[in-house]
Design a protein around this ligand. Structure first.
Ligand code: ADP
Ligand code: MG
Length: 409
């Protein structure tokens, strides 16, 4: 039995008309000897009635720090609602379909509420339903711990569900249906002339996703990569073929051949970052103050990024939400520091940029031509990132995209 996994994001399921469109796509893909598993996210985005954020806001109204176990039971309702509605819609069309929760689909996770990892998948029940000729609709984002408790998989978790099922069922491929044409050289909401990439390697999309392009969750890519299951990102709203993610030469509609990672794949951004600058007076501060700072932050469960330690100053960043807690920790250590709220990180990402001279000079040129100050910067062998003020973020993404000539001509 050939199996295909499809995943539909929240905006693809937001209205009855769109759910009808999704039913059309499912009907078109349903051929004999091809079994279909459909993974769904919660319907709509923030402020819409059944969206994940709506449930989070609801529970926080009565308790800003809600019990995590109960929170997972509530926030996972969004996928149950959209999955049941879609299944019922398919049945009304005369398509045999059955809804399964994460638990019923055999998604077994660790007990890390809110950000659980899938440990394994037990696809027995799912396979039985597929063999009986049903389209199986699975609630994304949710699973069950070995102790029998409901868990959720964190932001983008439905992508992870789709990949895990693809691997467990040895699917032919995984289709991620979303609200953009595919993977582009930058977020098309920010960069008008962003170009659609017809094929990317697992490595390239992993780097993009890790640096902030939330179009597919990086964990989903890592899982699909384990069995080299091709993954395609495409639009629910158009018939465009989208982007293929695979290792090499996927035979798929006779389309693009992937030869190697690109020098630069795209530009990404992450917002909501606070930068902390601690001045160190080496005559006054005791030796080992850096260790004391990072130990205290770790004890307070504060995760830090973009760390630069120099004899006269230490810089690092935290999520904006953790800025207040960070302040309290540093005050206790009696240090003098500044916090710059509302920073954003922009990055150029490319798996083959390592060792190529002149990339950094082009980055600096692009930003300075647009009067954008670089607050901090860093690099790895697959990216160069700069921290900028949030107000400059969109301009910076566009400027880098233009400078490296990534867009449609
Ligand atoms: P879904 O609800 O379908 O999972 P997401 O919001 O998680 O959708 O992901 C799709 C969004 O990702 C797009 O609407 C787009 O704004 C954003 N995005 C960010 N970077 C990129 C990129 N490089 N290519 C395509 N989309 C991107
Ligand atoms: Mg998503």
């Amino acid at each position: 039995m050939k199996i295909i996994v499809q995943k539909y994001g929240g905006t693809s399921l937001a209205t009855p008309e769109l759910r009808s469109r999704v039913c059309d796509i499912i009907a078109a893909h349903r051929q004999e000897e091809t079994a279909l598993v459909v993974v769904v996210s919660a319907m709509g985005r923030e402020k819409e009635a059944y969206a994940t954020d709506t449930f989070i806001n609801l529970i926080k109204e009565s308790n800003p720090d809600p019990p995590l176990r109960e929170m997972d039971i509530l926030v996972s309702c969004g996928e149950t609602i959209s999955g049941v509605l879609l299944t019922s819609h398919l049945c009304a069309r005369g398509i045999k379909a059955k809804f399964l929760s994460g638990e019923q689909a055999g998604i077994i996770t660790d007990s890390n509420y809110g950000n659980a990892h899938i440990l394994y998948v037990n696809p027995q029940h799912l396979l039985e339903c597929l063999s009986a000729g049903m389209v199986v609709v699975v609630a994304g984002f949710q699973g069950i711990s070995e102790q029998g408790e409901r868990t959720t998989l964190g932001r983008g978790g439905s992508d992870t569900t789709a990949s895990a099922l693809g691997v467990a069922l040895d699917a032919e491929y995984i289709d991620i249906f979303t609200d953009v044409e595919g993977i582009m050289t930058a977020d098309p909401r920010i960069v008008g002339n962003a170009r659609l990439l017809d094929a990317v390697t697992y490595n390239e999309i992993c780097q993009l996703a890790r640096e902030g392009a939330k179009v597919v969750h990086p964990r989903a890519i890592e899982i699909a990569m384990q069995k080299s299951i091709p993954l395609r990102v495409r639009s629910t709203f158009t018939d465009s073929v989208g982007t293929i993610v695979a290792n090499q030469n996927p035979v798929w509609d006779n389309r693009a051949r992937i030869i190697a990672d690109r020098l630069i794949t795209g530009i990404t951004y992450t917002s909501n970052i606070a930068q902390i600058k601690i001045s160190i007076d080496s005559h006054l501060e005791p030796r080992g103050i850096d260790l004391k700072i990072f130990k205290s932050l770790a004890q307070a469960d504060i995760s830090v990024d973009f760390i630069t330690v120099q004899p006269e100053a230490i810089r690092f960043t935290v999520n904006n939400e953790l800025a207040q807690k960070t302040k309290e920790v540093l005050k206790k250590l009696d240090l003098s520091f500044d916090i710059e709220l509302n920073c954003a990180k922009v990055a150029i990402v490319g798996a083959a940029m390592t060792g190529i001279p002149g990339v950094m000079s082009k980055v600096v040129e692009a930003l300075s031509e647009n009067d954008i100050s670089i607050l901090q910067s860093g690099d790895s062998y697959t990216n160069i990132w700069c921290l900028v003020n949030s107000k400059d973020m969109e301009k910076a993404v566009q400027a880098l995209h233009d400078k490296f000539e990534l867009g449609n001509k």
